[in-house]
Design a binder for this molecule. Sequence first.
Ligand code: GLU
Length: 492
Amino acid sequence: MDVVTRFAPSPTGMLHIGGARTALFNYLFAKHHNGKFLLRIEDTDRERSTPEATAAILEGMDWLGLKADEPPLMQFERAARHAEVAYEMIERGTAFRCYATQEELQARRDLGEEKRQAAKAEGISDETKAALLAEAHELLAPYRSPWRDGAPPPAPDASFTVRLRAPDGGERVLEDGVQGTIRIQASELDDLILLRADGTPTYMLAVVVDDHDMDVTHIIRGDDHLRNAFRQIPIYEAMGWTVPLMAHVPMIHGQDGAKLSKRHGALSTLAYREMGYLPEAMRAYLLRIGWSHGDQEIFTDEEAIAAFDISGINRAPGRLDLDKLGQVNSHFMRLADDDRLFGLLKPYWEAEGAIIGDAEPRLRAALPHMKDRGNTLPELAQSFAFLLAKRPLAMNKNARKALSGEGLDRLRGLRDELLRTPQWTAEQISATITSYCTAQDLSMGQIGQPLRAALTGGLPAPDIAPVLEWLGRDEALGRIDDQLAPETAQGA
Ligand code: GLU
């Protein structure tokens, strides 16, 4: 069997991370089996669907790198095909024209509700109460139309809906790939509407027809669709179609175990891009919410494709943990290609007002050594601030202190030695500093503090010798000279 999976979002809002994870699971399952991963935009709800939401979903999928193997299918464009299937079902006797009007159905529900209320009244006999409840139960039960057995229309031109003839009795069983065996009573199913009175297809019909026509073999989706599965399967059966294997994945919960909401970080997928997470980190992280494979924590794309299976999906809801996401992101930032990372960090530097210009060589020299200094792109970008600082550097309080009195004198002595350093490499700079300390009988800290202060103004920075190398001879000595010159020695 050639595996075909799909992701079928409704373009009524953003692509939230629950949806992104569903898409990822379908993508990985298809790739694992050398199959196809398809995308269907379920825009049948004309009032709530918007082109902006469709565009945002496509952009989110694109950013996440979940490329579909065919152009997205727009569900509403297939309305005529959906209607055609409904009529074929009438031919087969598995669907029928139902002439009940909306008003009649509403009146029926209202009456049921009235009887239920009436049964609560005081002073009525147990028998009356039981009778009222039985009537209410009947009226409020899943609707079975009086036309399901082919009774003639009330008038020749009466308007109608097309309904599925629901399975008659007994038990309905779903062998779900995640949830296991689920059973419900057929009596819980109504004669489902397939075509509305205006001839438009319902969502339930559209999903089944599309999944069939797209040759979908496996449906992996949120468990909020579990009940829909019981309504959709009879449509497959009515058409004599093979039912795809279904796997209903538990929702993502927050850290506290409650249903995910904005408070927990239930944001759009693109919001994570704005927060500075890499798409490969997002994929690796989403994969591990509710799916596991041994005790491996972080998967590359290749590993994920090789390992992904439905049996690894947990039955318990996964939890969103932003700290964990940060760690995974840090891991992938460390692995990221230097040029790419530079391009990703640049907008954050520029947003801080930095003009990169001359600083570019320094930033590029430092980048391979500083990739672990943050969990997100803006955090990482921030750790380069000492390289972007403009001369003369603003000095914070500690830096000013380190550069007063003796500190300044030591720095002056070191400067002359540094001038003579033959090659401006961290190694030789480090040797210069060490020999100066030895000669002057100073500890590393006694020279390190004023040096660091002059070079960074007190901003966080890694080991000082590489910092000197990255800054380059001119900039490094310039920063030191700024502090040695009397007019700036007092600090900014
Ligand atoms: N359009 C549905 C949703 O966005 C998904 C339907 C399905 O996966 O079967 O929730």
